[in-house]
Design a protein around this ligand. Structure first.
Ligand SMILES: Cc1cc2nc3c(=O)[nH]c(=O)nc-3n(C[C@H](O)[C@H](O)[C@H](O)COP(=O)(O)OP(=O)(O)OC[C@H]3O[C@@H](n4cnc5c(N)ncnc54)[C@H](O)[C@@H]3O)c2cc1C
Length: 445
């Protein structure tokens, strides 16, 4: 049996969260033949969590991790860094999800505890894993109503939230754009690249072999061994964990069942003293939109890579798994308008970074986690909440690879298969038109 990658990850835009931290550790690329007990493909949230879980279960294991890019240059260095504990269904109007939400909240909190535990064990800067909570911002009466229905839904689940009025939102953000906000305390605010770099460094100290710039081109079974190949090297191992998120499909798995979604964001340069005075507000906060198709805005401070504002909005389906320069240009101009509407006192401020990142959804919101070929375990398809879900799928795949079970493996074992998508290209056109419409409907948010 042989699985060949039809494509490997490529990004034409910067991973800003990584760039603002400066040069990281330059891990070697794989240019030799080696052996391992487990090879992990992908060094994002899923892959590195899998590596840590393997070592927790068996510290003597010989684990190798391969990534096509530098560490934290994939979506790990491109996301907004909200590791959210609560339901966050992007396809609903107010994030309320279906299914057993209490079980999912409990699991998301395990992912958060896992990240905090890793941060402590590996000496990761506490500013990169800030348990600050987040606010759902509302800029219109409709959005305020969404927030109130979400708050009622949370109350039914026994979850705390706090309503913030326009004045409190202004005091927090320096922006008069928001009519109200809903604060929920459980979100871990990551410097995502800082966290992922720290995780990789800790694992490397624990003797996990990490290889960057090492795209896996194919893996082939010979007897009980899988040969995992890159352009210049090969690792032989009895078990593989595929933690490649949407690139699971590149190896031929779950074909026609995965939505390859690109999200877009931009980041200011470090704000100077005059801009900071004009801005006001607190030095760190994160606002998700009360309508899931609205705009996420985050402010970070020196300990997280400089006083900056990050704006994320726009989404496109790209089955070819690359965002075009045109996609980024359109998103950038939308983000500009959103930024100016929120911060007229900074209007005209330049953006230092504009980028696209890749995530992967299934129609029915399920992950693909489990044994997908003999001794090949997937930790993929994270849907909207990939920092938490990615951590969980990585833990689950590690446990499954070692024949262990837990409430996390039970959760993923019980999930259905991803539903089949309608045929292309109409489904892609239709979905992109639908995304644009939802974006338009959420334009104030
Ligand atoms: C702009 C943006 C904002 C987001 N905001 C949030 C947020 O606030 N909160 C949240 O929870 N989620 C957010 N997400 C989603 C989140 O980033 C992803 O769901 C998460 O990164 C998934 O983790 P992962 O480890 O499964 O996949 P990834 O982070 O994509 O990691 C997979 C890795 O596999 C590697 N890989 C793939 N194919 C190969 C191959 N053939 N050989 C070697 N390596 C390979 C890739 O290079 C990559 O590093 C956001 C995403 C974007 C783009």
């Amino acid at each position: 049996m042989r699985y060949t990658a039809a494509r490997t990850p490529r990004f034409a835009s910067p991973a800003a969260w990584s760039e603002i931290l400066g040069q990281g550790v330059r891990y070697p690329s794989l240019e030799e033949e080696r052996t391992a007990d487990v090879v992990i493909v992908g060094a994002g949230f899923a892959g590195l969590s899998a590596a840590r879980r393997l070592l927790q279960l068996d510290p003597a294991l010989n684990v190798a991790v391969l990534d096509a890019l530098e560490i934290a240059e994939g979506s790990a260095g491109r996301n907004s860094g909200f590791m959210i504990d609560l339901p966050h269904d992007l396809s609903s109007d107010n994030y309320a999800g279906g299914g057993d939400e209490s079980a999912l909240i409990a699991l998301n909190r395990k992912a958060i505890d896992f990240a905090l535990g890793a941060a402590q064990a590996y000496g990761i800067d506490p500013a990169f894993v800030d348990p600050a909570g987040k606010v759902n911002g509302a800029a219109s009466p409709t959005a305020d109503a969404h927030n109130r229905s979400y708050a009622a839904h949370l109350a039914q689940l026994g979850e705390a939230s706090e309503h913030l009025d326009a004045q409190a939102m202004h005091a927090l953000t320096g922006s008069r754009h928001y009519l109200s906000g809903l604060y929920t305390p459980g979100t871990l605010m990551l410097q995502p690249a800082g966290y992922i770099r720290g995780l990789a460094a800790g694992l490397a100290r624990d003797d996990v072999k990490i290889f960057a710039r090492s795209a896996v081109t194919d893996f082939e079974q010979e007897g009980s061994i899988w040969r995992v190949r890159t352009a210049k090297g090969q690792i032989s191992a009895p078990r593989i964990i595929l933690a490649t998120n949407g690139h699971l499909e590149s190896f031929g798995f779950a074909k026609g069942r995965l939505m390859q979604l690109f999200l877009y964001a931009s980041m200011t340069p470090e704000l100077d003293a005059t801009q900071l005075r004009a801005l006001g507000g607190e030095p760190r906060w994160g606002i998700t939109p009360s309508d899931p198709m609205g705009t996420t805005v985050r402010r970070i401070d020196t300990a997280q890579g400089g006083h900056r504002i990050i704006t994320r909005t726009c989404a496109t389906l790209r089955p070819e798994m690359e965002a075009s320069a045109r996609d980024i240009a359109r998103a950038t101009s939308v983000q500009r308008a959103k930024f100016d509407a929120r911060f007229p006192q900074l209007s005209g401020a330049a953006m230092q970074y504009e980028w696209a990142g890749h995530l992967c959804l299934s129609l029915n919101g399920v992950a693909v986690t489990g044994e997908i070929a003999p001794n090949v375990f997937a930790a993929t398809v994270q849907n909207g909440l990939g920092t938490a879900r990615g951590t969980l799928t990585g833990i689950a795949a590690a446990e499954m690879a070692l024949g262990q079970s837990s409430d996390i493996t039970a959760y993923f074992n019980a999930e259905a298969a991803p539903r089949k998508l309608p045929p292309k290209p109409f489904s892609t056109w239709g979905a992109n038109a639908y995304l644009r419409w939802k974006e338009h409907r959420a334009r104030a948010e």
